[in-house]
Design a protein around this ligand. Structure first.
Ligand code: FAD
Length: 320
């Protein structure tokens, strides 16, 4: 039995889903022990009960004004202080832009190991084994933690959150943290207005490549994504051609996604693109070239012109 800390991630006043997935992973690691949530930021206290409903036993909250926006040194100081007091056996973060930035800093300060980007875990007795992709998703390795803190980041959309139980109760404690000598002060956060669903947590992604041909071409993909309640992604080819923003890029140098359904439209299937989406549960490829590499990893392939196929799909899904 272990005590495991979990960082809840707040984005635009809401807890990100990966926080609930991290709680589920922490529950496994705790193996009957205690899962303690950490929430940092403005109005964090109002979200604490949601962590409890998803399985946290108690939640520590700081609404310190220097933690309203993520800064590497602010969050590192906060987590280090919590770790010092709580002395956990485990620590789980989401493998998000925050988790990727924060986890190595904390691991270095704690002189601990770190298993990054885990997609699943198995607990047998005291053995905790994490599985993580290597070689751009072409293979998986298993890591057994033999000593010290069990510290991992988990890839969004891979570990099933626990069932939400609103009747669950737990202690919520406001903690007094000392944040000092910040090297970065966030004055203002200006968000790009992206419509709809967050790409890294989307269950359905409609993705476009150079075959989409223009910014306007992406409108039909957006229509399909809207009809399915999904998000729009892109290949680097499409981003380089200025059809869409780099925040939509999926692949080795873009976002790594694991949706339930990935629809690749006019994407050839370069190895660097596949690195970011090959673990999607179901892959559908639409390409007019029957030899396109994307078909080699697709569960379903449609050889055809995306400008004919996608509007038909939109019509079909809208009628359901
Ligand atoms: P293309 O390869 O040009 O393919 C376009 C496809 O559209 C073709 O298969 C064509 O048959 C099809 N098509 C054309 N018209 C239609 C139509 N009307 N209907 C249906 N199909 C049509 N790429 C990424 O995506 N993500 C990354 O993170 C990434 N990182 C990289 C990192 C490095 C270091 C390098 C060197 C490259 C990286 N790339 C990345 C680029 C990658 O190698 C490819 O160049 C890129 O993925 C190609 O994009 P694409 O498939 O959209 O374009």
């Amino acid at each position: 039995m272990a005590k495991v800390l979990v960082l809840g991630e707040i984005r635009q006043g809401e807890l990100r889903n990966v926080s609930f997935e991290a709680i589920a992973a922490a529950k496994q690691v705790a193996n009957g022990g205690e899962v303690v949530g950490i929430l940092l930021g403005a109005n964090a206290a109002s979200l604490a009960n949601r962590m409890i409903h998803y399985g946290a036993d108690r939640v520590l909250v700081s609404e310190h004004s220097d933690l309203h926006a993520y800064t590497p040194d602010g969050y590192t100081q906060a987590i280090m202080q919590v770790v010092e007091v709580e002395k956990p056996e485990g620590l789980i973060l989401g493998h998000t832009s925050i988790g990727k930035d924060l986890s190595p800093r904390i691991a270095a300060k704690l002189k601990s190991g770190l298993i990054s980007d885990a997609v699943s875990l198995d607990v047998t007795g005291d053995d905790v084994v994490f599985t993580r992709p290597i070689y751009s998703g072409k293979a998986f390795e298993k890591k057994l933690v033999t000593d010290g803190l069990i510290f991992a980041t988990i890839r969004p959309n891979n570990i099933e959150p626990l069932e939400k139980e609103e009747s669950r109760i737990g202690e919520v404690t406001m903690v007094d943290l000392e944040i000092k000598n910040l090297r970065t002060i966030i004055k203002e956060v200006v968000r790009k207005t992206t419509s709809g669903v967050d790409l890294s947590e989307a269950k359905i992604i409609v993705s476009g490549g150079r075959g989409v041909k223009s910014k306007d071409g992406f409108k039909v993909l957006q229509e399909l994504a809207d009809a399915l309640g999904g998000a729009v992604g892109a290949s680097r080819g499409a981003c380089d051609a200025d059809f869409c923003d780099y925040s939509m890029q999926i692949g080795q140098t873009g976002k790594v996604v694991t949706p339930d359904l990935y629809i690749a439209c006019g994407i050839s299937g370069a190895i660097q693109h596949i690195a970011g989406m090959s673990n999607s549960k179901v892959i559908v490829a639409i390409n007019k070239d029957p030899e396109a590499n994307i078909f080699s990893i697709a569960d379903y392939g449609i050889v055809g012109d995306l400008f004919e196929v996608v509007p038909l799909l939109v019509e079909e899904f809208k009628s359901i």
